[in-house]
Design a protein. Structure first.
Length: 86
């Protein structure tokens, strides 16, 4: 049986990106890992991942949690560098 860490290593996503999917979709990390890995395989899925991250940034700003928003923007910038929109 594979551990969560081993499953994450099969994806081209980091822990924070998988955590974003888990939180956004209200699923465990292992399920989010599988979902996110699948999403990276299509343009539509990639767009959904970008949207999830932007939604989280917007939510942090709406709650005036500027430290979290800055952290999420940093993660999003890294994600955009590795997985740009087509």
């Amino acid at each position: 049986m594979l551990s969560l860490k081993e499953c994450m290593e099969f994806t081209d996503l980091d822990v924070d990106e998988i955590a974003t999917v888990a939180q956004h979709e209200h699923v465990p990390d292992i399920v989010a890992t599988e979902m996110a890995s699948e999403m990276l395989q299509s343009t539509e899925g990639l767009c959904c991942l970008h949207t999830m991250m932007l939604d989280d940034i917007e939510s942090a700003l709406n709650h005036k949690d500027f430290d979290l928003a800055r952290e999420l923007v940093s993660h999003y910038q890294q994600f955009c560098h590795r997985h740009p929109l087509p």
